[in-house]
Ligand binder design. Structure first.
Ligand code: GAL
Length: 385
């Protein structure tokens, strides 16, 4: 059986976000639209969850901090909650797990949203103040910082598609949000670097692999070029001088028919109907090589309640990541989405992305078979094909 080795010190982990797992985030803007209740009650069960990370041989963990918990009211920082996240970070350290911390993963304090959220440039001040406070508190406990998760997804869902809070359909606001997120990223990046020069800061960027529906059609090729420029490169180009690494969230492959119709074969689909197309991660990574930065796969996963696809999903994606590494793409880590089943935004608790199954009645955790498969790879740092 050929064995595919990964680079030394490769990070093997999983990813989560606060609102999706913690529970009790009643001060967050999402609460009024899609309440998550107690979710996985990770807020109280984090020790147990981190023990699983260790048992499953992972050496890294990506998670987020809920701003609305820390700053329930504008300007009032809650020391008790700051200590809570310190305990989380210390628990990871104690277990020798590298911590990647996201500052903004889709949810915001209600008061910030009421002020217009990221549609207003002057509001960046509040996000920066929160970010700086977090940095000062935890700078010695965090290994990697992600300032923003999937900015373009956030802006589109909230300001064009009316799906996520604040459920608007307004192209002007959409563009303002993007512009302000770019500004916020740069300002915070510079501030952190002034405080600590060797700090490592990135973004979690959702990039897709686009292909022409008809490879011989110049129109389809043009549509692919435009889609890719906008979706994959617009934001990155704006912040590329303010990045120490790129985090890639890879989920989608789309064949595009001119002008912008998506026509996929959809041979294999997950429980939420998303096509599984592992080779797309290879093309996406090759395309990111142009930035000349280290890359971490900050998310990649599948909704698969019965665990019929997950093992092969992981194996095939890792194969294509390995292949990109052989071709000199500097990939340094992989975070499977997600450690455990959780609140999948507007879709609620139905989609099951977890390596670990959660029984939402008893809150009991039970690793799926694929969790042990992944654990073997994490342990050996290689993939047996
Ligand atoms: C990402 C997002 C995660 C998670 C995942 C699966 O876009 O960052 O929070 O929900 O998709 O849909």
């Amino acid at each position: 059986m050929p064995v595919l080795k990964f680079p030394e010190n490769f990070l093997w982990g999983t990813a989560t976000s606060a609102y999706q797992i913690e529970g009790g985030n009643v001060y967050s803007d999402w609460e009024d639209y899609y309440p998550a209740g107690i979710a996985c009650d990770h807020y109280h069960k984090y020790q147990e969850d981190f023990d699983w990370i260790v048992k499953l041989n992972q050496n890294a963990y990506r998670f987020s901090i809920e701003w609305a918990r820390i700053e329930k009211e504008q300007g009032k920082f809650d020391q008790k909650e700051i200590e809570h996240y310190r305990k989380i970070l210390l628990s990871l350290k104690k277990r020798n797990i590298k911590a990647m911390l996201t500052l903004f993963h889709f949810t915001l304090p209600k008061w910030f949203q009421e002020k217009g959220g990221f549609t207003k440039q002057e509001n960046i001040f509040y996000f920066k103040r929160f970010a700086n406070r977090i940095f000062d508190e935890y700078k010695n406990l965090v290994d990697f910082w992600v300032i923003i998760n999937e900015p373009q997804v956030y802006a589109a869902q909230g300001y064009l598609l009316r799906i996520w809070p604040p459920k608007k359909r307004n192209p002007i606001l959409y563009l303002k949000v993007l512009r302000n997120l770019i500004l916020a990223h740069k300002i915070i990046y510079k501030g952190f670097h002034q405080k600590q020069s060797q700090v490592r800061i990135g973004i979690a960027k959702n990039n897709q692999f686009f292909e022409p529906y008809n490879p011989r059609s110049n129109f389809d090729k043009l549509a692919v070029k435009i889609a890719s420029r906008w979706q994959n490169h617009y934001f990155l180009n704006k912040i590329k001088k303010h990045l120490d690494f790129i985090g890639l969230n890879y989920y989608f492959h789309n064949k595009i028919k001119f002008p912008f119709f998506i026509k996929n074969d959809n041979k294999i689909v997950s429980d939420v109907g998303w096509e599984v197309y592992p080779k797309g991660i290879y093309f996406t990574l090759k395309d990111l090589k142009q930035y000349n930065l280290p890359i971490y796969i900050t998310e990649n996963g599948v909704a698969d309640k019965d665990d019929r696809l997950r093992e092969k999903f992981i194996k095939d994606h890792l194969y294509w990541i390995w292949k990109a590494i052989q071709e000199k793409v500097d990939v340094r880590g992989y975070f499977y989405w997600s450690l455990l089943d959780n609140f999948e935004w507007e879709k609620g608790f139905k989609p099951r992305f977890g390596l670990i199954e959660v029984d939402y009645k008893t809150l009991e955790r039970k690793p799926r078979k694929s969790a042990f498969y992944y654990a073997q790879i994490c342990k050996t740092n290689h993939l047996a094909t």
